[in-house]
Design a protein around this ligand. Structure first.
Ligand code: PBG
Length: 331
């Protein structure tokens, strides 16, 4: 054939492919979500093979291994004992609670580790919702926005006081970013970042996570606060608001089924964008590879690359530690 343009020339060798590569995934892009509990044992989770609910010492060891592999940050998800849960989640801002103690232990062991905390009521709520629940006159559940935001502010402040580098509100209440920023600033925590769950969808992919923390809603669903999977303009509305309210990082969640949303948020904001490859996405990849149907390393790195190529600067993934090691082997 008489072709003057042959795109295959740019794929000829590994050296050329390396020079023309547009998106590069590195361990520094990854954040490891970790589960923790009050027990002294580390409990492997049968519902999420490969994940563990850690004791504080176990968590410190795991975070150290992730950091050594090049993963710069972890985000903490506590399982709270049923007896400590309440309608207003007071346990969420107790100075000596599980999360503040874990933050202190992690920062003491690894001052350079970026410790991120989830801000929401669900692990602490006797109703299993991200906010305070009231029953309206028709018997329907209502999740109270403004009352919840007051509690989230106390929770974020408690985490900042314990040494958290980033607080990450995952509750989807209106106005919480501005309210948290104001409280942190008033208390002198102007350096603590807010990574806001900007576009968090009401997703069936969160099921295994709720099982791991025993944090399922006791009644109803989360559709009055998490977003409808059909909506993308609404994600822009949340982006504009979070930016105006002072968020430092915007997050899209889940990641894989919402690549268009990641890309649109990326195009419409100058802020860094995070994406969360959630528990259900983890299990899809894990179960297919455990069955021997797909190659784990290949599909995990490719799924993360796809999320980064869509526009994510950082990715929360349960594969973070292993993916970081695989990336090191590759280079
Ligand atoms: C709770 C929270 C959830 C996840 C992160 N923070 C669950 C939910 O909103 O019900 C899900 C993470 C995952 O599925 O991996 N605020």
């Amino acid at each position: 054939m008489n072709l003057s343009i042959r795109p295959r020339r740019n794929r000829r060798s590994s050296a050329i492919r390396s020079m023309v590569r547009e998106t590069v995934l590195t361990p520094g892009d990854l954040i490891l979500p970790v589960f923790l509990h009050e027990d002294e044992e580390d409990t492997p989770l049968s519902s999420m093979p490969g994940c563990t609910r850690w004791s504080i010492p176990g968590l410190v060891k795991e975070a150290g291994e992730a950091l050594a592999a090049g993963v710069p940050g972890v985000v903490l998800f506590p399982k709270i004992e049923e007896s400590l849960k309440s309608s207003h989640g007071e346990e969420s801002y107790r100075e000596d609670g599980l999360v503040p103690r874990a933050i202190r232990a992690l920062k003491e062991a690894y001052p350079k580790l970026c410790v991120i905390t989830d801000v929401a009521l669900d692990p602490y709520s006797s109703d299993g919702h991200d906010g305070v629940v009231r029953r309206d006159k028709n018997g329907e559940l209502e999740i109270l926005n403004d009352e919840t935001v007051e509690i989230l502010c106390k929770q974020a402040l408690c985490h900042a006081r314990a040494g958290a580098d980033i607080v990450s509100p995952s509750d989807m209440m209106d106005g919480r970013v501005a309210a948290i920023r104001a409280v942190l600033d008033a208390e002198g925590f102007t350096d603590v970042l807010i990574m806001s769950y900007t576009a968090k969808y009401a997703s069936s992919f969160y099921g295994p996570f709720r099982g791991a923390l025993d944090s399922q809603p006791k009644e109803g669903d989360k559709k009055t606060y998490q977003m409808d999977p059909g909506n993308i303009r609404e994600a822009m509305r949340e982006t504009l608001l979070d930016e105006a309210e002072g968020a430092d990082v915007l997050m899209v969640k889940p990641a894989g089924p919402y690549l268009d949303v990641i890309s649109k948020v990326r195009e419409n904001s100058t802020l860094p964008v995070a994406a969360y490859q959630v528990s259900g996405e983890y299990l899809m990849l894990k179960s297919a590879s455990a069955a021997g149907w797909l190659d784990e390393k290949g599909i995990v790195l490719e799924s993360l690359m796809g999320i980064k190529r869509a526009g994510a600067d950082m990715i929360l993934t349960y594969f973070a530690k292993h993916a970081a090691k695989w990336l090191a082997e590759k280079s």
